[in-house]
Design a protein around this ligand. Sequence first.
Ligand SMILES: [Fe+2]
Length: 400
Amino acid sequence: MQNELSHISSLVGSDAGVKYSKSEQRPECGEYFDFHHIEFWVSNAFQAKMFYETHLGFKTIAYAGLETGEKNFTAYVLRGDQACIVVKSPLHPNDEIIAPFVKEHGDAVRDVAFNVEDVQKTFEHAKANGAEVILSPTYSEDEHGQVLIASVLAYGDTVHSFIQREQYRGLFLPGFHPIEPNLVNGFAESLPPVPMGRIDHVVANQPQGKMNEVVDFYINSLCFRRFWSVDDKLLQTGTSGLNSIVVSDFDERIKIPVNQPSTRFDGRSQTQEFVDFHGCGGIQHIAICVENLEQTVRSLKARGCYVLPVPSAYYDELQSAIFENDLDLGISLETMRELDIVVDYDDKGFILQIFTRPVESRPTLFFEFMQRNNHDGFGAGNFKSLFSAIEAQQKIRGTL
Ligand SMILES: [Fe+2]
């Protein structure tokens, strides 16, 4: 319990929370392989792709729009190693699909799409267990092959698509063409490359009282299970707090922390701030796991990516924690301080993390970059330092 107490009284903590054991039996709804892509609905896909290329180091690989025969939207597909994002915006003044979404939420995540073994099976299970259907299983094809896609509503206006593409050899999905050479962002190409990796998790923030309902949706409709949880006794700064339950698929390839604000504090937590500005439950951050976080952050900073500043006191306390716990983090304290890297650890390993500032005009969506070293937590020990840093920004915004 010594660690729990140090969590609350100091900025530096070690990992805590409840880890759930895995059931022996594989569920009936087929295997989840990975995050396939995350799709953002935005007001201007061209400018969004320039932002993600220039400041975060993604590379555009495919495009759909008027030039490819697409009449209703423009979309760019961007990749950073295995992490794939799509930015899509409407073409017409009377658009009734993307435009109302953007009006309500601002530029935001619409779809967290999974690469699955059997779309039909996953979809039928979800539908039979209460999921609202957005798209029934539909084949789509071009000269590179065929894919099967289905979608269900998750929460708010966020959906989950299931994609089965073992026969497909194209760059992304049917209808998308390789990017034209004249649309390559030469400026972004001239900047230091950003080593990325795979999407580790996405965080789904919910309004107060909705967390368990959303967790039940993942368990009952999508065959996920509880992976880990932590409550507002630990996740609090004294001003605000939250509760979090992480759900995962059976094979632990997809992990989604589901958060809701705590009612025990007077301050408006970043979870509540997200819900207030997004308008409902939705995706607050996307975490990308990298091999060498120092290298990734140096490139991000060189590219003008705004990283959340960590209070200097954090590193003063970390110095003592490193000494007391004999921690070898493979990175110097000076470098961590310089790059705003934080660490969470237990007796077996650690994670290094950085968080970007919100990447939208509203204080909603941001990115996390993380390096895991024999540690499968989510940075609970960093909560106080992260929330304190965010609360400093909220004070400036007048939203605390
Ligand atoms: Fe995270």
